[in-house]
Design a protein. Structure first.
Length: 98
């Protein structure tokens, strides 16, 4: 089992105010949540043309994680310019004694 976290830094070209930015960010987060994952704006809240969004989800294997990351990246890129991206996978042993 994998816990996957990805962070996207976005440039929102047409945003002239924080209200414009929030409209775009909210739309991206809502579309991401339709993929059954968690999404949150985590930094740069006071800048009207930049945003940083973190996404997290659980995957059963690396192939599923990579496929979901690809879908996420495509969705985010279709809504805003991605200026930075990083992701990490934390591998958990599902057979560990609790």
């Amino acid at each position: 089992m994998l816990v996957v976290v990805a962070i996207f830094e976005l440039h929102i070209e047409g945003a002239q105010s924080l209200k414009d930015k929030r409209h775009v960010v909210r739309g991206v987060k809502d579309r991401l949540r339709n993929l059954d994952l968690s999404a949150k704006e985590v930094a740069l809240q006071d800048l009207h043309q930049r945003a940083r969004i973190a996404v997290s989800f659980i995957a059963l294997d690396h192939a599923a994680a990579d496929g979901t990351l690809e879908k996420i990246q495509t969705l985010v890129e279709s809504n805003a310019e991605v200026t930075g991206f990083t992701s990490e996978k934390l591998d958990f042993d599902e057979n560990v004694a609790l």
